[in-house]
Design a binder for this molecule. Structure first.
Ligand code: SF4
Length: 205
């Protein structure tokens, strides 16, 4: 297990431990809290399916390149882990744990399984990544689609960019308040993101 896998499994374990001890009403409150984000993710999925599925299937999936998933340590926010854990059955979480415990000998992401990504709600960095070739082929000739994609990038920030209260920051706070801490809590440990929060508080932005 490399350091990335260790960090990932630690975050996953503490999210599982927290959720396992949560009363039903508290879990339901957490599920309500992520509901708007899941709607946003559905919209992005629908957009990607409508505009990119043909080109991505042909260029990457059939040729087994899976270029978007070729990095072995993709950034995952703590919020990504929480959202995915809330919508994923235990056996699938255990499958994630299982791949994290094996050495990743390839050059691809540890979470890339035979059927594609093993996450139900993949990390936001992955969801919003479009390779240059796909962007040029699909968005360049379709200004309306390019505009919609830009609007989705802005919508993403409403959940993840802490120049205002955002879901990903709130989720970290909930776990911190309960005594759980993870190195993936970038909203609370990344100097850049902390600076944005500070500037937002002091009205500099
Ligand atoms: S987490 Fe999933 S989508 Fe992201 S790089 Fe890994 S396999 Fe690909």
């Amino acid at each position: 297990m490399n350091s990335y896998q260790k960090e990932q499994i630690e975050a996953l374990s503490l999210v599982q431990a927290y959720l396992a001890n949560l009363a039903l009403d508290a879990r339901q409150a957490l599920e309500s809290q992520i509901a708007d984000y899941l709607l946003f993710r559905d919209d992005v999925d629908a957009f990607l399916d409508a505009h990119f599925s043909d080109v991505c299937t042909l260029k990457c999936f059939k040729s087994k390149i899976s270029a978007c998933c070729s990095r072995d340590s993709i950034i995952t926010f703590f919020g990504d882990v929480v959202v995915n854990a809330l919508v994923t059955p235990e056996e699938e979480i255990n499958a994630l744990r299982s791949v994290l415990q094996k050495p990743n000998k390839g050059f691809k992401c540890v979470y890339l399984g035979k059927q594609g990504c093993m996450w139900r709600v993949k990390p936001i960095v992955c969801e919003m990544f479009l390779c240059k070739s796909a962007s040029e082929e699909v968005l360049a000739p379709k200004p309306e689609a390019a505009k919609t994609w830009e609007a989705m990038q802005q919508r993403k920030k409403l959940f993840t960019w802490p120049d205002r209260p955002v879901l990903f920051d709130d989720l970290e706070r909930i776990f911190l308040d309960a005594g759980y801490s993870s190195s993936l809590m970038y909203m609370h440990n990344s100097p850049g993101l902390l600076r944005i929060k500070k500037q937002a508080k002091s009205g500099e932005q």
